[in-house]
Design a protein around this ligand. Structure first.
Ligand code: ADP
Ligand code: MG
Length: 344
């Protein structure tokens, strides 16, 4: 049972807990899946070195923002880049560095137009950083929750389709995102760019996140967590959160809801109420949502209590493709989510 006083700590300790990766089929820096087929262990570690960027080659300008990893800076390295500097004060053990390199190993294997371009990493302690292309657009979070932008149904569907394409690619490479949320999805000239895949473990390595005190739950974070993850937050040992492809699908369902409603599910519910409801299989009501049955069915499928009943991203892409294209009879700026109650 989770009581209100404990809930923050329960969640925070689960983020902070060190653990090994629980994905059986995830690719790592040793190329576990590819490696079995191609037997390239040496080449793999060599090619990892090729992605090493000496920290002093980067020219770092202003901070863009803070996240769970540390600080993201804009910078220059053969053009504009984003530099994610990890907040690791005590990088004294080999294991931590190896874990970081393993995440870098995941990152460098991704090439898809809806995924952020990974350019390299600074892998020499004490300065650990990830270098990616700099996104010029805004995140879906900024569009939806800060600017209160309304997308029409065609654009909403198009954004969702691009997310399913990027995510479908990641899953086909055996990579679990683990932190799919509107803050990690950029929109750049109508193109979706997904960031921060497979970095959840790096987050847990960051010193700042080891401290339980002083960390608050980011608003809207819990609602991306599937029932099986929520339920494992409650147990005493939170080291092995059961992230898998189906938990990414659940998180996608929440993004689809945000796109449709302009809000997070369980808005204004305290964390312990969300944990209790989701853990029991209670879903956000869709009664206020004026959308077609097919549109709502996608939400219900992604949020299925049993992970085995959730679709995969390839199926979702097909389903989204079959949603009727609306001709905009009224004003083009007419909002998708007509219900005032959803916004107030
Ligand atoms: P979060 O995803 O929780 O917002 P991050 O550490 O990932 O935390 O990001 C911190 C800030 O930096 C956010 O405002 C995010 O939008 C911005 N940011 C992260 N990566 C990039 C990028 N590649 N290009 C531009 N801005 C970025
Ligand atoms: Mg992020």
């Amino acid at each position: 049972r989770v009581n209100s006083n404990d809930s923050d700590r329960t969640i925070v300790s689960s983020i902070a807990g060190d653990s090994t990766d629980s994905e059986p089929n995830r690719l790592d820096s040793q190329g576990s899946q590819e490696g079995e087929r191609l037997v390239w262990p040496r080449q793999n570690s060599l090619s990892l070195r090729e992605w090493d960027i000496p920290y002093d080659e980067l020219s770092i300008s202003e901070p863009i923002g803070n996240g769970r990893f540390g600080t993201v800076f804009s910078g220059n390295w053969h053009g504009s880049v984003a530099v994610k500097v990890l907040n690791m004060e005590y990088l004294d053990d080999e294991k931590t560095l190896e874990a970081f390199k393993s995440e870098v190993g995941t990152f460098r294997k991704t090439r898809h137009e809806n995924l952020i371009l990974f350019m390299g990493a600074c892998m020499k302690p004490p300065k650990l950083a990830l270098v990616t292309s700099l996104c010029k657009g805004l995140t879906l979070f900024t569009h939806i929750h800060l600017r209160k932008d309304k997308f029409n149904m065609n654009k909403t569907t198009n954004i969702a389709q691009q997310i399913t394409q990027g995510m479908g690619y990641l899953h086909s490479r055996g990579i679990i995102h683990k932190d799919l949320k509107s803050k990690n999805i950029f929109l750049e000239n109508n193109k979706v760019v997904i960031t921060d895949f497979g970095l959840f473990n790096v987050t847990r390595l960051c010193h700042g996140n080891r401290k339980c005190s002083g960390l608050s739950i980011p608003p809207g974070w819990l609602c991306y967590l599937s029932p099986e993850i929520i339920r494992s937050l409650r147990s005493s040992d939170n080291d092995d959160l059961p992230f898998n492809k189906a938990s990414d699908i659940y998180a996608f369902g929440t993004v689809w809801y945000e796109l449709l409603c302009g809000e997070w599910p369980f808005k204004e519910h305290p964390p312990e109420a969300i944990i209790w409801q989701v853990g029991k299989g209670i879903k956000q009501s869709l009664a206020h949502l004026q959308a077609s049955k097919d549109t709502k069915d996608i939400l219900m499928l992604c949020w299925a209590f049993k992970s085995s009943e959730r679709p995969d991203f390839v199926q979702l892409a097909t389903t989204l493709g079959k949603l009727p294209k609306k001709r905009l009879a009224r004003s083009p700026s007419h909002p998708v989510h007509l219900s005032r109650s959803a916004e107030s």
